[in-house]
Design a protein around this ligand. Structure first.
Ligand code: MG
Length: 402
């Protein structure tokens, strides 16, 4: 029996993970669950999956969670709180597999804890790789942890690599990686069109059902930019050997090109349960519950270049990867603040890239060799992004109010 902890249990990845787990009660047992602050959602999952422990990241919600569990006759479930609570669950001896599906920088600490404790990590929290790739890989190596990416693109690449791949592309004849992008809801838009798009439009993704933050990242192509950085750390290729191609059908999830001219791709329906089932069962294969892909009804697959001129976030991510050091952590923090400002109507869609670029220019690179130093860079970039967002507002408020 594989004992699983799901961090980010009430979100989109967590829900899909629990759907796959529920199909295989003979193989998987939910040992622990964690969420940010959705007490009702977490309590419902406790009633269904009966974990030993739960953690709620927002400490202010812990008392309510405890009393809700008592009310549903589950006072025996241990309740933990705060970032430390998530770390405890991620590193507990009673857990074999950690599903790291917390959104954003908030997931870094627990992902590192799981790595140090030698878990099998099913990694959906791409921000932790982007912020602290070297730190995470080092912790995983020292703790003998196994990282299997859940991000559909990286999971596809993982499936197309030789087994036992050790981050050495040249030894395996790998020429480059090709990440596919759906292009998001604004594919083909020019700048005047992008200038007026709303948060409501941005979160309506044409192919994937996802959380709000990643939906905006997907619309701006920042998601693909973060994925380029993620691919660099996970697979050991430099920026100039990681390409992005827009593939609107979202059925080819990514490709690996080899020295002999072969390109290996993984195809499947746009449903996260496929990479989740692959990562849970690897190296075996299990049913994920997804609909089968009918190639005859698909008929044709299309590929086009990404529009890096109008979708500047992708270019900024490449620049951060090339710059190295703390640049990717700065990019990530600025993006989280800018996306939040966009979702709450304080920044325009095009303003997201503007704010990120200004923050990247303003925050001086510094050390990111420890968790504390990464968090310090993250905090400084967030503070600066707040300033730049306010400045953007004051610059544009005249025209918006007229
Ligand atoms: Mg992805």
């Amino acid at each position: 029996m594989n004992r699983v902890a799901v961090l980010g249990a009430t979100g989109s990845i967590g829900t899909s993970t629990l759907d796959v787990i529920a199909r295989h009660p003979d193989r998987y047992q939910v040992e622990a669950l964690a969420a940010h602050r959705d007490v009702a959602g977490l309590a419902r999952l406790c009633a269904r999956f009966r974990p030993q422990r739960v953690a709620i990241a927002d400490t202010g919600c812990a008392a309510e969670l405890s009393s809700t569990l008592r009310a549903q006759d589950q006072a025996n479930i241990e309740v933990l709180a705060g970032s430390e609570g998530l770390d405890q669950i991620a590193s507990a001896g009673s857990v074999d597999t950690v599903v790291a599906a917390v959104v954003g920088a908030a997931g870094l600490s627990s992902t590192l804890a799981a790595a140090a404790a030698g878990k099998r990590i099913l990694l959906a929290n791409k921000e932790s790789v982007v912020m602290a790739g070297a730190l995470l890989l080092d912790a995983a190596r020292r703790g003998s942890a196994t990282i299997i990416p859940l991000d559909s693109e990286h999971n596809a690449i993982f499936q197309c690599l030789p087994s036992g791949y050790q981050r050495n592309p040249d030894a395996c004849g790998i020429r480059r990686l090709v990440l596919t992008a759906s292009g998001g809801p604004f594919r083909g838009f020019d700048r005047p069109q992008l200038a007026t798009v709303t948060a409501e439009q941005a979160v309506k993704h044409p192919r994937w059902q996802m959380g709000r933050k990643i939906s905006v990242d997907s619309a701006s192509l920042m998601n693909k930019g973060l994925e380029v950085i993620e691919a660099h750390w996970l697979f050991g290729l430099p920026a100039d050997r990681i390409d992005v191609v827009v593939h609107p059908e979202s059925l080819v999830h990514s490709l690996v090109e080899y020295a002999d001219g072969s390109m290996l791709a993984q195809l499947g329906p746009a449903d996260m349960r496929t990479p989740i089932a692959q990562a849970l069962a690897w190296p075996e294969r299990i049913d994920s519950g997804v609909q089968r892909l009918d190639l005859l009804s698909v008929g044709a697959l299309h590929f086009e270049a990404a529009d890096r001129g109008n979708f500047r976030c992708l270019e900024l991510a490449y620049a951060a990867l090339r710059a190295g050091g703390a640049a990717a952590a700065v990019l990530n923090a600025a993006n989280e603040v800018a996306v939040d400002a966009f979702l709450t109507g304080r920044l325009s869609f095009l303003g997201i890239a503007e704010v990120i670029e200004q923050v990247m220019a303003a925050v001086v690179q510094s050390d990111i060799s420890t968790l504390a130093s990464v968090l310090a860079v993250d905090a400084e970039a967030r503070q600066r992004a707040g300033v730049e967002t306010a400045r953007w507002q004051s610059r544009t408020s005249g025209s918006c109010n007229e």
